[in-house]
Ligand binder design. Structure first.
Ligand SMILES: [Cu+2]
Length: 150
């Protein structure tokens, strides 16, 4: 009886140690609402937002929040540009749809930064006008999660 309960305690202790070992990795990834209170909208400077919020690390999550189109709200979306040139010129021809006009509703659309490459995010609405005139564009290049020690 005594031996059984102490081995159960050992197992419990081992589980706690295993969970503690996992916890830092999980809790270190951060979650960002793109634009904070402004959310994903026309006319906000997301390039400044990235400078203010960065650096970003691998496995951080970006949350894009925007209302679905209705009588009073313009549609927004999220596209990823293939390269810096397309990003600069807001050329959507080769862009990849990340989140459609209804996907930013509710708790928003979550994008996990899994790769350590530049991510060129833009809004693809109105043929690129939200990107050019509306400043709905930003670049994030996540650093290795191993570098997160601040
Ligand atoms: Cu837009």
């Amino acid at each position: 009886m005594e031996a059984r309960s102490s081995s159960a305690a050992l197992v419990a202790a081992a589980v706690v140690v295993a969970l503690l070992a996992l916890a830092p990795e999980a809790s270190r990834a951060e979650r960002f609402i793109v634009g904070d209170a402004a959310r994903w909208t026309w006319g906000y400077n997301y390039t400044d937002w990235v400078i203010k919020k960065g650096p970003f690390f691998q496995n951080d999550t970006l949350v894009f929040m925007y209302d679905p189109p209705n009588a009073t709200v313009h549609a927004h979306s999220v596209y990823m540009m293939r390269n810096a040139a397309d990003y600069q010129s807001c050329n959507l021809k080769a862009a990849k749809l990340v989140a459609g006009v209804t996907q930013g509703a509710g708790s928003g659309f979550e994008f996990v930064l899994r790769k350590r490459k530049p991510h060129y995010f833009v809004c693809g609405e109105r043929g690129g006008i939200h990107c050019t005139m509306g400043q709905m564009k930003f670049i994030v290049k996540p650093k290795s999660s191993a570098c997160r020690d601040d």
